[in-house]
Design a binder for this molecule. Structure first.
Ligand SMILES: C[S@@+](CC[C@H](N)C(=O)[O-])C[C@H]1O[C@@H](n2cnc3c(N)ncnc32)[C@H](O)[C@@H]1O
Length: 294
């Protein structure tokens, strides 16, 4: 179990990969910057920063709602925590939050950031497009506040904001970010990319890629990123093919959205990246089942 927790739940949240990413940082003597162009809940990044494994994290997400949440964590901390603390846990309130997220009014960033957070914590599997935990009549075994432990969530936010000066957040499309933001970072940087899944992506995220987007992204990553990078995806053949010239391996990891998505994941590595001598993905709960082309 990770020591520091992101306040956001995420389908396919990668927090449990933290020990493996630490091994990669150590093998490559990277202590400075850590970048996530597809940050989402940024579970790994938050863990790395709060355990002082890196000096600065750069979080980017093209979803304005997700950006709004991180913006409020860092810049409107008190107001956000007050809203969380006084949040009413009713289906009526849920409907209001949902309407705010759907409207996505960028001028009302606090209301939006809070509403994204509210749905993230009250929806099934944290999926923004999903329904409320317990159903609209709240007759399910779990009720909508099952994942909304106010004190704990506020504590998580407060521990992150202490590191405010070491966190950069942006709201770009990942490819723009790769081409225009990452090149300005120092050499002492690791980039970890966790794009929307190839299969099932559209069920989990509001902004999914289609086949040709994944193919274009593969070219952009392999052509443009000069820093050391790691990529994780669902391990389908089409994806493995797009990165076949890079070192990669498949592993099994079960997620909380197990019914929606379950199975092999693939890790791909940039050519210059040193792999840890003892590649111990065994740290990860389900362990590594197969090692291919490592
Ligand atoms: C697989 S999730 C990342 C999960 C994250 N690693 C975690 O542990 O929480 C993918 C994220 O990428 C974002 N995203 C989707 N398309 C994007 C794009 N073109 N550029 C940047 N971010 C994008 C989504 O909003 C989503 O938050």
């Amino acid at each position: 179990m990770s020591k520091f927790k992101t306040p956001l739940r995420y389908p396919g949240g990668k927090q449990r990969l933290t020990p493996f990413i630490i091994e990669i940082l150590e093998a490559n003597k990277i202590k400075g910057h850590y970048v996530e162009p597809y940050a989402g809940g940024a579970g790994v990044a938050i863990n790395l920063l709060l355990s002082n494994n890196v000096e600065h994290i750069h979080l980017n997400d093209s979803d304005f709602g997700i950006y709004a949440f991180w913006y409020c964590v860092l810049n409107k901390t008190e107001e956000l925590c007050r809203l969380i603390s006084s949040a009413s846990m009713t289906v009526e309130e849920w409907r209001i939050r949902k309407a705010v997220v759907q409207k996505c009014d960028k001028r009302k960033i606090l209301e939006l950031g809070f509403s994204v957070f509210y749905l993230n914590r009250c929806n099934r599997s944290g999926v923004l497009a999903a329904g409320v935990i317990g159903g609209y009549d709240q007759t399910g075994n779990y009720k909508m506040d099952a994942r909304f432990s106010k004190d704990d969530l506020i504590r998580r936010i407060e521990s992150i904001v202490r590191y405010k000066d070491k966190i950069s957040i942006t709201n770009f499309d990942a490819e723009y970010y790769i081409e225009n933001y990452i090149p300005n970072l120092p050499k002492d940087t690791l980039v970890y990319l966790d794009p929307p899944y190839y299969e099932k992506g559209s069920e989990l995220y509001l902004n999914a890629y289609n086949k040709s987007d994944h193919a274009r992204l593969a070219k952009t990553i392999q052509r443009e990123i000069k820093h050391k990078w790691v990529l994780s995806y669902d391990g389908v053949e089409d994806i493995v093919k797009l990165y076949q010239r890079r070192r990669h391996f498949l592993y099994d990891l079960q997620y909380s959205v197990a019914k929606v998505y379950k199975g092999k994941e693939v890790f791909v590595f940039s050519d210059k990246l040193k792999l840890p001598s003892k590649c111990s993905l065994i740290h990860i709960e389900e362990g590594m089942k197969s090692l291919v082309n490592a």
